[in-house]
Write a protein that binds this ligand. Sequence first.
Ligand SMILES: [Mn+2]
Length: 374
Amino acid sequence: MTAQSRQEFISKLKHYLTPPGEGVFTVHTAADKRINLQKKIFGADAVKDNKVREIWEQSLEKTLPLSKCVIFGIPSDCGGGIQRGANWGPLFLRETLINSRDELNAYDVGDVRTIPHLLHDKYLNDETISKCRLALYKSEKIALPVSPLSIAYDFAKGFHEQYPSKSIFMIGGDHSVSYPMVRAYLEAKKAQGKKVALVHFDAHTDLSEERLGIDICFGTWTSQIMPFLETPKHLVQIGIRSSGQERAYWEKKFGHTQIWAKDLFDRGANAIADEVVAELKKLNVEEIYISFDIDALDIEYAGATGTPEAGGLSPHEPMLIMQTLFENFKIGGADMVEIAPQVKSAAVKQIEPETTLMVAASLSTFLIQAMGSK
Ligand SMILES: [Mn+2]
């Protein structure tokens, strides 16, 4: 297969992505947030004169190549399943980011155009693919993917081919959206001959092999990514505390490293960070991908999520671990997933979604700045 040209790549983005904040198919819901975000990115006149798409399309060619790290939204929660609502994560988190900082030093490439009933093209028949191509691309003959995970994979694969030293900060979405991003990242780095590791913050292992017959979803994506790692030791999970199995079961089954929330409290974030760095250095890891499920944090900080869990981390703990990782490795890719701004369980006491969004924004800002700087 011959590599696609830069022009072909950009042309695909115009088809299967949307300007930032437009990936959820709706007119009125959260329109105030979308307008506020687009005014800040494109200017008030662009929004007033209906020029957002035109300016965004030009920016794909002109501005994207200038930024070391790009922001990318996958507003899909089709891979979730306990309490959905993470499809609003990309818009709400971006708006919090842009309201709390003037300069993020990252180009926002936009959102996946999301058909909310679809997950991955491999689950679809030809008739459905044709109909969805007609809906998204106005032609059945445009041979582009139609499901959010398939579009995200095509985008990330093309991005790493076109810009081998740039990084993507992805905002989800339920955790299934990390599968295409991490897979494309691992494949690209393997082709570059780089040794990389995946550091996964989460209350849950996401290591089921299937869930009701579905092999790529929020509860399975990590087990499905495992074959793309050079060794299972290149996966480190941090913050685990809600699992049907003991820690020994998972580590024995997959051969990777798990750090449960309790280990972290017993030994302290500093010691854990040093251990993780030492282990990954021993394995000659050069670069890491950080996948951050907001429910790694305690329910007190992350109530606006599908499965909030007590007994979790305080924001300064993952921050400290990520800072130590960044001092020792390049962060080559990252994501922030499972923020469901319109979800609130009865157990949540604090003001939501503001609390979750502010905490997620501060962790995200660190990751974006880190990726933009080396
Ligand atoms: Mn997860």
